[in-house]
Design a protein around this ligand. Sequence first.
Ligand SMILES: *Cc1c(COP(=O)(O)O)cnc(C)c1O
Length: 422
Amino acid sequence: MTDYRTDEAFAKEMDAADKLAGYRARFYLPKTKEGAPCIYFCGNSLGLQPDSVAPAVQQELADWQALGVEGHFHAKHPWMPYHKFTMEDAALLVGAKPSEVVMMNGLTANLHLMMVSFYRPTEKRHKILIENGPFPSDRYAICSQIRFHGFDPETALIEMKPRAGEHCLRTEDIEKTIAEQGDDIALILIGGVHYYTGQAFDMAGITKAGHAKGCVVGFDLAHAAGNIPLKLHDWGVDFACWCSYKYLNAGPGAVAGCFVHERHAESFDLPRFAGWWGHDQETRFKMGPDFYPMAGAEGWQLSNPPILAFAAVRAALEMFREAGMDALREKSLALTGYLEFLLDEAKIPGLNIMTPRAPAERGCQLSITLQEKGRKVFDALTAAGVICDWREPDCIRVAPVPLYNSFEDVYRFAQIFREAAA
Ligand SMILES: *Cc1c(COP(=O)(O)O)cnc(C)c1O
């Protein structure tokens, strides 16, 4: 644990010693009206643009201009196998084998495709277990899948609840729910890091508990990918989906990711919604009438990939490989711990951090409430050039991300915050 101090020199010392500090200069930081760089703590919502993205997209535009359809084979990065260029980096990011991951579609679309294959309800076992207050899109997708199978979310959806007066779920309570109700649960589908509270769930433990009761276990990693280290393969997770525009910096609406555990690589008897890009690549262009899926996650692809959007994902993921998730996590722990320390030291009346205090149970985000002062403080932060995020009813989410945020950012944020709350 770092011995934090409240003086500004501490922030400067930490930045000077930060091995990842050079990455900040490789991002476009939004500026205030006066031209000063904003304090950008919103990478949990939309990551900033890496400087490698525009050249990567330009390359594809240029190849399209110069080559037309020949770009499928002769572009600098040939379009035909383009999705393969991201599989290794995506695998590193989520702790998988390359064959277990594929980048495709959007997050919610991928959740649907995964549920088509992995939510196999029966009369006896048809429930889905979710975390407290999931992201709305996940709830809509899950409820629509339940109804699609002729069941009623009123009875088929189990939403966990924190204990009275608490915001986060306790691991022992999650495991107890699974142990008690697991026989009725077809699928456990949980946000790996909670978008609102910032809680990182014990994904290994939940997977183990779920499998012990015969449940399929999947995770939505929208707030986990690029934020905390993941070991999806070793944990034995059945499937996972994530978006690439939050911590992964691949741009608004970026192509999303999907993980399918190796044990399902050749589960060709599972129902799946098929498209030609999931077809066995050797025979895809024979254009035959029957669908023969590729083994592994690639077999769930539908369409030929959107190359311009893919170029951004490719460039953004490369940066993660280069920086390394372990180094990023180390800095992230120090950065968020520092933010927590400064907020605690400021002794602001009414301030509460709903995110777990244990570093192992969170990523970089802290979710802060301030009783009735919240909105006023948030507006003052915005006016002072801080970009963070307000979530109804009363939560300020701040996410110092290790790739482009500095200890100086955190120091300045805490100062502005303290003044705004005074
Ligand atoms: C951001 C987020 C989404 C957004 O879904 P899209 O399909 O990418 O629009 C869904 N679920 C969770 C948990 C999220 O954090």
